[in-house]
Design a protein around this ligand. Structure first.
Ligand code: AMP
Length: 318
């Protein structure tokens, strides 16, 4: 009998947790409204026990000396083999059932996502959690908040009561959205691009990875291209490219990154794709209190992205 991905994730999670192969960090959640986005702040004080991984930085020798946790993944955390990827549970999770889609062969986290990565991600994202929708994200490059250099996309179940990431509230304000069109939101003070997905096309080929991957790849590279166009207008060209990528069951978003760490009144906060989804993680009470009182969380995100250049030529409407 073959089990569904959702059942496999739950069974693997339960046994890995019981046997101590997976660590779940208890967290408290707070909500802070900033510019119409209800940011979810997750406070996980015991996360300090998690071994510290250096960021996926630029020092190749250091990376080679490190053990790659995905080659091979720990057998107790392995959920399922796909054609070119393996679904693995996050060993250190704050959200139960947080899973990673890792390439079977070593590929670099600085690569973009290709059709096969996106088709596998869509399939997993839409079948991983029978109980609620999911979101996928990819932290690409040394300033993206990634801690592992081996290519891995992540999927996370969303809250039943709020089955979309908080950033969706702004996305919903785009009038007359058209699938495949690239949008930029005035309210966000940093370079980003978004595009709605054509659900009826995706649903028509969801059992056929090739057209699904081609379609999602086209959307991904369209966004990447639009992001580079924005970067040419708004940022210095010299840095290594890093970006965060989000995908839900109806849109994609990409945000280029200038640094990993935001400075919040002297406290250092590491931000990855989830921050741009409207989900921030803190580890100490001081960080929690400071974040709750911080006047504008979008400003915190702007610090680690690229602010709009006020002198840039305005975009031409197409
Ligand atoms: P990122 O930090 O975005 O690169 O994501 C890497 C993820 O891998 C983090 O969520 C880690 O908690 C997780 N992780 C680290 N080591 C392991 C491991 N040995 N097995 C599974 N997941 C891991």
């Amino acid at each position: 009998m073959t089990h569904s991905l959702s059942t496999l994730i739950q069974q693997t999670y339960d046994s890995a947790l019981k046997n101590g192969d997976l660590l779940f960090f208890e967290a408290e959640h707070a909500v802070k409204d900033s510019n119409g986005i209800k940011f979810e702040i997750t406070y996980a004080p015991t996360l300090a026990q998690k071994p510290h991984h250096e960021s996926a930085g630029t020092d190749d020798n250091k990376k080679k000396a490190k053990i790659n946790p995905f080659l091979p993944p720990h057998p107790a955390l392995k959920v399922k083999d796909l054609d070119e990827h393996t679904v693995v549970l996050n060993k250190y999770c704050v959200v139960p059932h947080h899973a990673l889609i890792v390439t079977k062969e070593y590929k670099s986290q600085t690569q973009p996502l290709f059709p096969e990565d996106l088709a596998a991600t869509w399939k997993c994202m839409t079948t991983a959690y029978g109980y609620t929708p999911a979101m996928a994200f990819y932290n690409c490059g040394p300033y993206s908040g990634a801690s592992q250099p081996h290519k891995h996309i992540q999927i996370l179940p969303l809250l039943k009561e709020q089955p979309q990431p908080p950033i969706k509230a702004l996305y919903n304000q785009i009038q007359e959205r058209k699938a495949g069109q690239i949008y930029v939101l005035d309210k966000l003070p940093f370079v980003h691009v978004m595009t709605p997905l054509d659900r009826s096309f995706i649903d028509s080929c969801s059992d056929n990875p090739e057209p699904l991957g081609d379609y999602l790849g086209q959307m991904f590279f369209g966004l990447l291209d639009a992001m580079f166009q924005q970067m040419r207008k708004h940022a210095e060209p010299s840095r290594e490219t890093s970006y965060n990528f989000l995908m839900t069951n109806d849109f994609m978003m990409m945000v280029p990154r200038s640094s990993e760490i935001a400075n919040m009144n002297g406290l250092q906060v590491s931000i990855n794709s989830l921050g741009f989804a409207g989900m921030l993680l803190v580890r100490t009470l001081e960080e929690l209190n400071t974040m709750q009182q911080y006047p504008d969380l979008l400003e915190l995100l702007a610090q680690v992205g690229f602010r709009w250049n006020p002198d840039a030529e305005p975009d031409v409407e197409q």
